[in-house]
Write a protein that binds this ligand. Structure first.
Ligand SMILES: [Zn+2]
Length: 286
């Protein structure tokens, strides 16, 4: 099977993006994988520090590895937003395919030092792992927000110079920049994505770009962002909403039911639906 790096390269050539979806439980893995299989597209499963503590780092690794080997399917596992070298080292030692070291809240100098340390560690592992670096603060929550999070503004958007400098000094494989995207979803609608900025950053930085905070972005902005140079798109908040709504609805309508596999089945289907829509859009299949 091709490596994740090769799939990302292929996505870039085809002008599509690989979907990255976060999970905290096995229902989400089933929903996401069902949708991907239907469309036969590669997929990345992500777990943040909080999510991996809940589902279990070893457990999620074994599940994803099990699916990949049994079905010979391009499903990959990423450590999403890890904040220390130790946490990154931990998941790489377990066997994750990639990790995000998020130093976006640090000074640029501190961020470069921390990120470089992770890249150096990854290079000495005896298999291919990718490290993604983060520059430009875009907020930290996967919630429904009343307004744009504090500390995020046009001024904190990434400049092409900063992106180029960061990639050169750290050697990261992938870069996430601040281009008008934010984590979480804004009640009154998300801000517009700065397409020209994506183009300019991709041109000078030399590595594939990742778009975080995909929930709530318009279809049109997604299409343009992919054309401009985005190769991976993160969706989390929409999955959480789909899960919670499906669960609430089922419990309300079936107060007597106690079998988890019945109670949780609609959550798998709800996640599958939302992921299928996103994958069609990202892979240009609709
Ligand atoms: Zn993110």
């Amino acid at each position: 099977m091709k490596t994740l790096r090769e799939y990302i390269k292929e996505a870039e050539e085809k002008r599509v993006a690989i979907g990255h979806f976060n999970v905290s439980n096995i229902e989400a893995i089933h929903g996401i994988y069902n949708a991907a299989k239907k469309l036969k597209v590669p997929i990345i499963i992500g777990v943040s520090e909080g999510e991996e503590d809940f589902i279990g780092k070893n457990e999620v690794y074994q599940i994803i590895k099990g699916i990949r080997e049994k079905d010979n399917y391009p499903i990959f596992l990423n450590a999403d937003h890890h904040y220390t070298f130790e946490k990154v080292k931990d998941v790489l030692d377990i066997g994750f395919d990639s990790a995000i070291i998020d130093g976006a809240k640090l000074t640029m100098k501190e961020n470069i030092i921390l990120t470089k340390k992770c890249v150096d560690y990854a290079k000495n592992i005896n298999r291919e792992v990718l490290i993604e670096g983060e520059i430009g603060f875009i907020g930290q929550s996967s919630k429904i927000l009343d307004e744009i999070p504090e500390g995020v503004s046009e001024k904190t958007m990434t400049t092409p110079e900063d992106a180029k400098n960061f990639v050169e000094q750290t050697g990261v494989d992938l870069l996430s920049a601040s281009v008008g995207n934010i984590h979480g979803m804004i009640k009154g609608g998300n801000p517009k994505i700065d397409i020209e900025r994506i183009k300019a950053i991709r041109e000078v930085c030399g590595v594939p770009l990742v778009l975080h905070g995909g929930s709530g972005i318009s279809d049109e902005d997604f299409r343009e962002a992919i054309k401009a140079g985005i190769s991976i798109i993160h969706i989390n908040t929409e999955i959480r909403i789909a899960y919670k709504e499906a669960l609430e609805k089922y419990l309300k309508e079936n107060e007597e039911e106690i079998a988890p596999y019945k109670i949780l089945k609609p959550t798998v289907e709800a996640i599958e639906n939302i992921v299928e829509k996103r994958l069609k859009l990202f892979n240009n299949l609709d």
